[in-house]
Design a protein around this ligand. Structure first.
Ligand code: FAD
Length: 501
């Protein structure tokens, strides 16, 4: 039996970040990861001469004042090397008109908006004002949703006057903003927004919360921006791991947590884990759970049976998407029409494809070659319902169709692929332990965003949730914010209130 003050389950970005912050504040921390490496959905894998980013390919929050950067400064470790993405993405609506370049430079992006969507400036200005207000609020480290008086005090401290105005939009959607601006019939703008919002919120304009959507639509521009990491996405996790090593976190790989219970005698959580050969038990007063909350139904059976309302809430969480991801490599000269690392284009077959192309010489492919990763959303459960033969058939079919779409989009000759493979929700489940391979949190509609979401504070004292199902949601920047929030809550529960980051 191993004892520490805090046990963290899962060494994705949420788990690494919370473990690093709490350990830096002097708490003894054990971090348990089932995989042989950290990173989770923001990890990488090596194949032949290539390094592929498993899920996340671009990072927000690395600029000065951004969440990753603030955390790296606090941990006193250097930020991983990265370059700004400009344009952040090129979006092809396949309607015969010029693709939309989402520029980093504000002036250029405003000119592009005017050219692509004439008369839309009112909408973009409104989003910008909402975003400015959100940003001031988020930088004051609020606790959301509120579960007790202390959470409420943190929320009140974080509020700025403009939040009282934007607060009236709490239950509004991006479509409501379009309506206010007289753009509810602008089909081209809606098509563009649908593609982009789906990437960040899993929802379209009709269902994305206005307060969330307004911010993600401003993330590609200065003073924020999206970043491309040198070497691979793993460098984000490696940087956080370097902090864990410095502060003495007990980082355990290759052990899967399979059950959690509360020891009423010692008043501690007991965490049971298995490696391929052995069983382990950990004890801690506080437990941070970063796997999807749906997995608690399996891991927390005994305690949940005593909190039926909470159990029902977890059982009835919205059904998130799965992803199919195509990993490939080519000679750079064999992909045409490339002037951005990221593309998104409309696909008749899949709705849309999001494409990430590595930078030549960035460490992901040998000289003269690049990796190309394309992802689509899919209904995760459908893949699990297939028998082996039909599963393999469907996988082959997806591989063929995705290859063809990319060949047409980038003038690639079929014989020029140097490598191709596909991950389905089954692969994601195996890699990240996410039930049914679900990705990206709970979605960001007004009924589940912010005040109305799932709280990091559970009905069980000392059991905390963290990760992309918790405010503010998906993305490495989002889960880092949730890690900061949960760390703040745990420190406060131990009387450490002067923690400032
Ligand atoms: C295809 C795809 C593309 C994406 N693109 C981007 C992007 O470009 N930019 C961006 O910012 N975000 C992107 N995201 C989202 C982003 O990757 C995630 O929101 C974020 O990385 C989630 O971090 P996490 O720590 O909450 O969860 P995870 O990354 O899932 O980490 C959880 C960890 O817990 C471990 N674990 C789970 N269960 C157990 C258990 N029982 N015992 C021990 N360990 C366990 C897992 O192995 C995993 O390492 C993308 C996601 C996907 C899937």
């Amino acid at each position: 039996m191993s004892k520490s003050e805090v046990v963290v389950v899962g060494a994705g970005i949420a788990g690494l970040t919370s473990a690093a912050i709490l350990s830096k504040q002097g708490l003894s921390v054990t971090l348990i990861e089932s995989h042989t490496q950290s990173g989770g959905c923001a990890g990488t894998f090596r194949r032949k001469n290539y390094i592929f980013d498993v899920g996340a390919t671009q990072v927000a929050g690395l600029e000065k004042g951004g969440i990753h950067s603030r955390i790296f400064d606090f941990l006193d470790i250097p930020s991983p090397e990265a370059t700004i993405l400009d344009p952040a993405c090129v979006v092809d609506l396949k309607d015969g008109s010029k693709p939309i370049s989402i520029w980093y430079e504000k002036r250029k992006w405003i000119a592009e908006q005017e050219m692509q969507f004439p008369g839309s400036s009112r909408f973009w200005n409104l989003c910008n004002s909402i975003h400015q207000s959100n940003w001031l609020f988020a930088n004051n480290n609020p606790v959301l949703p509120i579960s007790n008086f202390w959470d409420l005090t943190q929320l009140l401290k974080a509020l700025v006057p403009s939040n009282l105005v934007t607060g009236i939009l709490l239950k509004s959607t991006i479509f409501d903003l379009l309506r206010i601006c007289g753009l509810s019939k602008n089909e081209r703008l809606i098509k563009f927004l649908n593609l982009q919002l789906k990437l960040y919120s899993q929802e379209d304009v009709y269902k994305t919360a206005a307060l969330y959507g307004a911010t993600v639509l401003q993330m590609c521009q200065q003073p924020h921006g999206l970043w491309h990491l040198k070497k691979s996405m793993q460098s984000l996790s490696e940087a956080l791991e370097s902090s864990l090593n410095k502060t003495g976190v007990n980082l355990v790989f290759g052990q899967k947590v399979n059950s959690i219970n509360f020891d009423n005698v010692n008043m501690r959580w007991e965490i049971y884990a298995n490696s391929k050969k052995n069983s382990f038990v950990y004890q801690a007063k506080d437990l941070i759970y970063t796997a999807p909350p749906q997995s608690l139904l399996k891991h927390l059976k005994g305690p949940l049976n005593r909190k039926i309302t909470y159990k029902n809430r977890l059982s009835n969480l919205p059904n998130p998407s799965g992803a199919v991801v195509f990993y490939s490599a080519l000679k750079k000269e064999h992909i045409k029409k490339i002037f951005s690392n990221h593309y998104q284009f409309v696909s008749h077959e899949f709705g849309s494809l999001f494409v990430s192309i590595s930078e030549e010489g960035d460490g992901r492919a040998p000289k003269g070659e690049v990796t190309l990763i394309a992802s689509i959303f899919t209904n995760a459960k459908e893949w699990f319902d297939l028998d082996n033969q039909n599963y393999l058939k469907r996988k082959k079919d997806f591989m063929k169709k995705i290859s063809l779409e990319l060949e047409i989009q980038f003038d690639i000759l079929p014989e020029n692929w140097l490598h191709r493979e596909l991950a389905t929700p089954l692969g994601f489940e195996k890699w990240t332990n996410r039930p049914n391979g679900i990705v990206g949190g709970l979605g960001q509609n007004p009924d589940i965003f912010g005040l109305f979401g799932l709280s990091s504070r559970t009905p069980f004292e000392g059991l905390w949730l963290c990760g992309d199902s918790i405010y503010p949601g998906e993305g490495t920047a989002g889960v880092s914010q949730s890690a900061l929030m949960v760390s703040k809550q745990i420190l406060a529960s131990k009387g450490i209130e002067n923690f400032n980051l």
